[in-house]
Design a protein around this ligand. Structure first.
Ligand code: FES
Length: 143
């Protein structure tokens, strides 16, 4: 695949969106992107794997999103990220293989005045502190 085809294609933002959303992309999703952009599956898979280095795997069982946008950041989301990184033994944007949990950053959930906000598999939690996060994780182990 030529470099210009990459840049003109507009599919890189789509691949990045998967990475940002769940720190990974599945083969089925790559296939769908290839189909939508009329590209060869193997070429797209190579870009994902070798250029973007996005893990190709099934969707993680649990996806924890922490809003790191300005309001939540000021309210303390950085501490939540640090706590979760330590607990899961991952960096932001990675997947814990042990717990099959992705930890990703969210841009903004739209509830800025009640942050810091997190989302676990689509379930939203507001005004989260490291103390309340311990309880949230325990109570939502099975989500
Ligand atoms: S800044 Fe976090 S929800 Fe808007």
């Amino acid at each position: 695949m030529s470099t210009s085809k990459f840049l003109e294609g507009g599919f890189l933002p789509v691949l990045f969106a998967f990475s940002e959303e769940k720190a990974s992309i599945s083969k089925e999703e790559i296939l769908e992107v290839a189909k939508q952009f009329k590209l060869d599956f193997e070429e797209v898979r190579q870009v994902v794997d070798e250029v973007l280095e996005i893990p190709i795997r099934k969707t993680p069982q649990k996806i924890i999103k922490v809003c790191t946008n300005i309001h939540c950041n000021i309210a303390g989301s950085e501490k939540l990220v640090d706590f979760l990184c330590q607990k899961l033994k991952v960096k932001l944007g990675e997947i814990s293989q042990k717990t099959d949990t992705a930890l990703v950053s969210a841009k903004c959930f739209g509830y800025c005045d009640i942050g810091p906000n997190i989302e676990i598999n689509g379930k939203m939690f507001d005004s989260v502190t490291t103390q309340s996060l311990v309880k949230i994780l325990k109570e939502n182990e099975k989500i």
